[in-house]
Design a protein around this ligand. Structure first.
Ligand code: BGC
Length: 259
């Protein structure tokens, strides 16, 4: 059983952010603390930053579970891909590394999966009982597939190949910025991507997250899809909150298995 507040930590390209989470209220229990991502963001360098963030919060006690998000596939605590992070993450046993270092129960999850869980519990997809797909538009495209409240981890649907091209390289919001596209110029790419996604997956709801979702009114009305598509509401706290939910649930499940 958990004896302390869960802590969520989001490892991103520019910053590593963490906050203890109040799971009853679905929000941060203390103000978020952010440290810049080390220039050479190897697992060791990132672990040092994570340890600093954990030390920062007096709300985090011995039994506090810690959830950490990574922008890559994480299978059973091991990082398997590194599309937008340092290559040395591949095959890193990050969960074990962090548990040994921090002496806490740690769960490491894909960033979009964590954000999807955050939105499902407390945000745009709250109460949705069908198939929800969360997409995060940022440097890449992250996806979370959640069916009837159960997460199917590591879906990686941002890398769907469309016209022989990895979709995220031309459709993520980083492509919009890089190529200086207006919303009207970017929208056809989103249209193609989301239409392909709905044709393959038949979700009941699409949720759009990532920083640019704050401007959703500029591009969602330009899309013509059969699936309802709505902006995320937790903004950049979704990953931290979702990671804290998953860490708490896993800690409780592991506790049950020991009974
Ligand atoms: C990665 C995903 C990640 C997404 C968003 C993609 O390039 O493959 O694992 O969720 O970026 O960070």
């Amino acid at each position: 059983m958990s004896t302390g507040r869960p802590l969520g930590i989001d490892v991103g390209g520019s910053g590593i952010k963490g906050a203890p989470v109040d799971l009853d209220a679905g929000r941060f229990a203390q103000e978020r603390f952010k440290i810049e991502t080390p220039e050479v963001s190897t697992p060791e360098a990132v672990c040092d930053v994570i340890a600093e963030i954990v030390d920062r919060f007096d709300d985090v006690h011995d039994g506090s579970p810690i959830g950490v998000t990574i922008p890559g596939v994480v299978q059973h605590g091991v990082v398997k891909t590194a599309a937008n992070i340092h290559r040395s993450w591949i095959d890193c046993e990050i969960e074990k590394l962090l548990e040994d270092r921090l002496q806490h129960d740690v769960v490491v999850v894909n960033d979009a999966d964590a954000a999807g869980v955050g939105e499902l519990y407390y945000g745009a997809a709250q109460g949705q009982d069908g198939l929800v797909i969360m997409t995060t538009l940022g440097t890449g495209i992250g996806t979370a597939v959640i069916n009837r409240g159960v997460l199917v981890p590591n879906s990686e649907l941002g890398h769907l190949e469309i016209d022989g091209v990895d979709a995220e390289t031309v459709t993520a919001s980083s492509a919009k910025t890089r190529e200086g596209l207006s919303y009207e110029e970017w929208a056809p790419r989103l249209q193609r991507y989301y239409r392909h996604l709905e044709d393959l997956m038949w979700p009941d709801l699409l949720v759009v997250g990532g920083g640019i979702s704050r401007k959703a009114d500029k591009f969602l009305p330009l899309l013509d899809l059969r699936t309802p598509i709505i902006p995320a509401v937790l903004e950049n706290s979704a990953g931290i909150i979702g990671a804290a939910v998953l860490a708490t649930r896993t800690q409780q499940e592991r506790g049950r298995h020991l009974d």
